[in-house]
Write a protein that binds this ligand. Structure first.
Ligand code: GRF
Length: 200
């Protein structure tokens, strides 16, 4: 199983994946880290770990569709079985999603379908919910919508600040994302409609 990570930013989830591979708890091969941002810290982390990196600049493409076609070509050349989104900040167009149907996963820092969007941790904190968490889901053509593979909860305590909550949510992300990837790689996750069944 060969997978690619797509990331736009800091890359802490990518780092968790790299660390899991080093520990031997993730058996799939991370063959490429792709970014839409040339200066993404995720690319720095990948290079440091000796993982091939690729970047395409959206400005050089006429449309989102054309850009995503470029991304598909690039990934298909690498024979990627699984696309792992880790803080990839562009919405994928149907051409990309269809090219890798059922083979794209994303991690979202809230319990979907609550708090979709780019500011989920802050939105949950500001809303005053007592429990939030992390969702790993398959990506479909609607944003933050595909079948849920795994969720884990984080309690929000009265003394929490946005910073302390953010740290706990990220710590949880870093634990569960590599676990989900490994479960997928080992064929332990079966998708049946909107339901993902984790075996064993
Ligand atoms: C994570 O919180 C992830 O859930 C969201 O974007 C953030 C990426 O963080 N999709 P990082 O770049 O992995 O540090």
């Amino acid at each position: 199983m060969r997978f690619a990570v797509m990331a736009s930013g800091f890359g802490s989830n990518l780092q968790a994946i790299i660390n899991a591979r080093r520990r031997g708890s993730l058996s799939a091969e991370l063959v490429l880290v792709f970014s839409d941002k040339p200066d993404a810290n995720a690319l720095v982390r990948a290079r440091r770990a000796g993982i091939p990196v690729a970047h395409l600049s959206p400005r050089e493409y006429a449309s989102r569709h054309a850009y995503d076609e470029g991304c598909v070509d690039l990934l298909k050349k690498q024979h990627i079985d699984l696309v792992v989104l880790a803080g990839y900040m562009r919405i994928l167009s149907p051409v990309f999603i269809r090219a890798f149907a059922g083979k794209i996963i994303n991690i979202h820092p809230a319990l979907l379908p609550a708090f979709k969007g780019a500011h989920a941790i802050k939105d949950a904190y500001d809303y005053g919910v007592k429990v939030t968490g992390v969702t790993v889901h398959l990506v479909d053509e609607e944003v933050d919508h595909g079948p849920v593979i795994r969720q884990a909860a984080v309690r929000i305590h009265p003394e929490d600040t946005l910073d302390s909550l953010t740290r706990r949510v990220h710590r949880l992300e870093h634990r569960i994302y590599p676990e989900v990837i490994e479960a997928l790689v080992r064929g332990r996750i079966v998708i049946d409609g909107r339901r993902a069944i984790v075996k064993g």
